[in-house]
Design a protein around this ligand. Structure first.
Ligand SMILES: Cc1ncc(COP(=O)(O)O)c(C=O)c1O
Length: 433
């Protein structure tokens, strides 16, 4: 049966961003009988033994306790499971000198749902017909933002400015404050810090500037901290989470080893939290409580923050270094630039003047057994036709050390061929009558 879909039905069943590419990747892996691929496309974290053990131990403790029945056999409050809320309040107050109360916290089934609630509660058409924008101040950013707005027209991303170190083949995106507009028609602002896909960490000053621009219009700023400290602590440069009246600090336990349990945490002003909580009640009543109960234990004991800083962070930081050093050694003399690896679990490579598209490069890399993600999917909401969006790829740091090294060497060879072929073609077209 082919059901007739509404406008929204069509919108929500459309494969956006990386989901469209993932379909191609799954088909490639399935049909590539006999061919071994180094798959560096995943956003799925690896299972680290210490992390798995932590969650196993917390589960065993929960199973052995009288709390178990209360957790899984009963409904609870929309806002979240009280012991987890209390654990977050205590941890953040102590760690960052805050004075949060339980009313400042909302637990959601994964942080993706949090962005969905916020994008539609604050962005879209108001009762008077004004379109409130969901502003992404620095594009590229998380591909998942492309699917959260029920009113697609509301999603609005801004081109960044680029800090380029030509000699070292490195670069960094920065918000372009000469272009960025936050005004009366802004519903909310959203960005990831550290950033998926680039590994960028916006500086405190940059964040404060965005927050101040938004505060002038009472606009909430959602800081997607899926990779930030204190857990999973996937920052490789110093950074402190920032809090404030119009900041919604949004966390996820997915990269701290719990993606299957779907836990997102929002910390912010009581009134903002209440809006999101109502949205959640209508959508799904509340998040599952089993994951919340084990998370409460891991946070209260201090084990989660400890494992994040001492196991998860160094593990991915080392992978990032392998990508960097291999590219430094193997890349040909072409204008390539790696984004500064300041966090997250990805490397982001920009190939300036790339003679083919990112999609064609992705296909060429598949031919040599390497799968990455073409960068074009990471510019949701960007309306400019900017060639840069077709010159980048995202490399996931989830391969083994050896696989990452081999893949980067193969990538270097393919890149050399692509630029050389283009130079030959250009010469021939000059010579041809
Ligand atoms: C930047 C960013 N935000 C949000 C998410 C969604 O995470 P969750 O599993 O909490 O829904 C991801 C997942 O990869 C992400 O990379």
């Amino acid at each position: 049966m082919k059901p007739a879909l509404t406008q929204l039905g069509n919108e929500m069943t459309r494969l956006t961003g990386v989901r469209a590419i993932m379909k191609d990747i799954v088909e490639t892996l399935r049909s590539g009988a006999g061919q071994e691929f180094i798959n560096l496309s995943a956003g799925n974290p690896l299972i680290l033994p210490e992390v798995e053990l932590l969650w196993r131990d917390c589960t065993a403790a929960l199973l052995a306790s009288s709390e178990y029945g209360e957790v899984v056999c009963r409904y609870g409050a929309s806002q979240g499971y009280q012991p987890l809320i209390d654990a977050v309040v205590a941890d953040f107050n102590q760690r960052y000198g805050l004075s949060l109360t339980a009313r400042n916290i909302l637990i959601t089934p994964g942080s993706q749902s949090l962005y969905f609630y916020a994008a539609n509660a604050f962005g879209g058409y108001t009762t008077s017909g004004t379109l409130k924008k969901i502003v992404l101040p620095l594009s590229p950013d998380y591909t998942g933002y492309g699917g959260v707005a029920l009113t697609q027209a509301a999603l609005f991303a801004y081109k960044p400015s680029l800090d380029v170190d030509t000699v070292k083949h490195r670069f960094k995106y920065r918000p372009d404050f000469s272009q960025l507009e936050i005004a009366d028609d802004t519903g909310c602002v959203l960005f990831s810090r550290p950033c998926n896909p680039t590994g960028n960490v916006l500086t405190d000053d940059e964040v404060q500037k965005i927050v101040a621009m938004a505060a002038a219009y009472d606009v909430p700023v959602l800081i997607d901290s899926a990779y930030a400290p204190p857990f999973p602590a996937l920052n490789f440069t110093e950074m402190t989470p920032l809090f404030g009246e119009n900041i919604l600090h949004c966390m996820s336990l997915s990269k701290a080893g719990l993606p299957g349990e779907r836990i997102g945490i929002a910390i912010g002003d009581e009134q903002l939290i209440e809006v999101l909580e109502c949205f959640q009640t209508n959508m799904c009543i509340h998040s599952p409580r089993y994951g919340q109960a084990i998370a409460a234990r891991a946070i209260n004991s201090g084990a989660l923050a400890d494992i994040a800083a001492n196991v998860i962070r160094p593990f991915y930081q080392k992978k990032g270094k392998i990508v960097e050093t291999t590219l430094d050694q193997a890349m040909p003399d072409v204008p390539w630039f790696l984004h500064r690896g300041e966090g997250a679990i990805f490397s982001w490579l920009w190939l300036k003047d790339l003679p083919i598209t990112d999609w064609e490069l992705y296909q060429a890399l598949k031919q040599v057994g390497v799968i990455v993600v073409p960068g074009n999917s990471f510019f949701p909401g960007l309306r400019d036709n900017w060639e840069h969006t077709r010159q980048c790829i995202r490399i996931s740091l989830t391969g083994s050390d050896r696989a990452l090294e081999t893949a980067m060497k193969r990538l270097a060879v393919v890149v050399e061929q692509v630029y050389q072929q283009s130079a030959v073609n250009q010469q021939q077209s000059v010579v041809a009558p």
